[in-house]
Design a protein around this ligand. Structure first.
Ligand SMILES: [Mn+2]
Length: 440
């Protein structure tokens, strides 16, 4: 085999609207709305710097099937720039940008290969000498919902010794939180004989298997607090033995993240606000030019827990932090670049506990002790978890839509709910006990 290099990206979702961000200042919103295009530019810059033999993009290039003219023009600009540098691109379409979409069809330049609705294969060449280095097979979504296992169409020609790359937009092993399109199993992919499955669809970066490589690069730009952490693509180097080495490269200009803050030892709201401000400043120092959108996660046990249960205190804290950040933003020169890395407090999650000693309570031969032990058990035994969820939600089970919503909850979500319910019950009941005791 001949060594070569390629870049694997997916789910660009160009021109995502960021519709849910009504509370952010206009300048920040504009920056957000440009962020999917900025990630595309970073991808092109990376390719020009790294000189891969080709790029593969595994679906959902556009966010919407009626993709804007703006998105199409920006994509064409990117294609042209790559073309000028002699870098070919191989693309499939996914559920967000299927082939039957009513969008304007700008013709693709010759160095961009777009795969059709049935699996087809092409041979990729090394740019330096035109030697064949890889077989690339791809398949695009003809419509927005593909429910058959299209991975079965990928068949390796056993007489061909070239490195085989499969481009597929699919949900492998039914991952939660994404439509079960093009459903297939890890086993299907392993048994196909392909060396590298360049997947798209799931936005969380993950390497499901090595050699054969089964890889989701994730989307190159996070779009909500559900898509946290560094986002980018993989640069893949294949050596003369057909062994691949992957290197992740961040492409995002806006980073979504959660930041944890413990209320332990805090006596009042002022202390909490001061600590939250300190945390945001720490994040600002680590920004390296990126805008950060942050959800504070309050954790730990302390006297502030009860106050945070009403919801209003937490909301006021966030409003206060936002006011401060907005003022800072207005005072800055235009542009949200390296000189003024914005850290926007987007939300608050309260995971705190009452100022109790649950460890001691767990040992108690009391109702509260029993309650805590049962919640612990539900974390380990799914049968008990189901039973608790079933009886707690019996009242709403008559409603079909509510029933469906409940069914969509993953096991982890259910465990978190039971944990939260136990915590709430214990702190309310413990409070009652204290009050009762005082009266007596
Ligand atoms: Mn997608």
């Amino acid at each position: 085999m001949i060594p070569f290099r390629f870049i694997h990206a997916a789910d660009l979702h160009l021109d995502s609207p960021f519709a849910g961000m009504s509370s952010v200042p206009d300048r920040l919103r504009e920056h957000l709305q440009q962020s999917t295009f900025a990630a595309l530019n970073h991808l092109v810059e990376l390719a020009i710097a790294e000189q891969p033999d080709f790029i593969v993009i595994s679906g959902d290039v556009y966010d919407a099937s009626d993709s804007s003219l703006r998105a199409q023009l920006r994509l064409r600009e990117a294609w042209e720039l790559l073309g000028r540098h002699g870098i070919p691109v191989y693309v499939i379409h996914g559920n967000h940008d299927p082939l039957n979409a009513g969008r304007l069809r700008l013709a693709h330049p010759e160095h961009v290969t777009v795969f059709g609705p049935a699996a087809e294969s092409v041979t990729a060449l090394r740019r330096s000498d035109g030697e064949p280095v890889a077989v690339i097979t791809g398949i695009s979504y003809p419509t927005s919902a593909v429910t058959e296992n299209t991975s079965l169409q990928f068949r390796r020609d056993p007489s061909c010794s070239l490195f085989h790359i499969g481009l597929l937009h699919a949900n492998v092993d039914g991952q939660e939180g994404h439509d079960a399109y093009s459903p297939c199993s890890l086993r299907d992919l392993q048994q196909s004989g392909y060396d590298y499955w360049a997947l798209g669809h799931i936005h969380k970066r993950q390497i499901l298997h090595e050699a054969p490589w089964i890889v989701y690069p994730g989307n190159p730009q996070g779009r909500s607090l559900k898509e946290t952490g560094p986002k980018g693509c993989y640069v893949v180097d294949v050596n003369g033995h057909g062994e691949a080495r992957l290197s992740f490269r961040a492409l995002d200009t806006v980073r979504w993240q959660e930041a944890e803050l413990s209320i332990e030892g805090l006596a009042n709201e002022e202390q909490l606000r001061d600590l939250a401000e300190e945390l945001l400043e720490e994040l600002r120092e680590q920004a390296s030019g990126r805008v950060q959108i942050v959800r504070l996660v309050l954790s730990g046990r302390g006297p502030l827990h009860a106050m945070l249960q009403t919801g209003t205190e937490g909301e006021e804290l966030i409003q206060e932090l936002r006011r401060k950040e907005s003022r800072r933003l207005e005072g800055e020169a235009p542009g949200l670049g390296p000189s003024a890395p914005v850290v926007w407090p987007a939300g608050l999650k309260v995971r705190t506990g009452a100022d109790l000693d649950p460890e001691a309570m767990r040992q108690e031969d009391s109702f509260l002790g029993e309650l805590l032990r049962m919640a612990d058990l539900a974390e380990r035994e799914e049968e008990l978890l189901e039973q608790i969820m079933g009886s707690a939600l019996a009242a709403v089970s008559e409603d079909r839509r509510l029933r469906m919503l409940v069914r969509e909850l993953g096991t982890e979500d259910q465990k978190a709910l039971v944990r939260q319910a136990a915590e709430m019950a214990v702190s309310l009941l413990a409070e009652q006990e204290t009050k009762g005791g005082a009266q007596r």
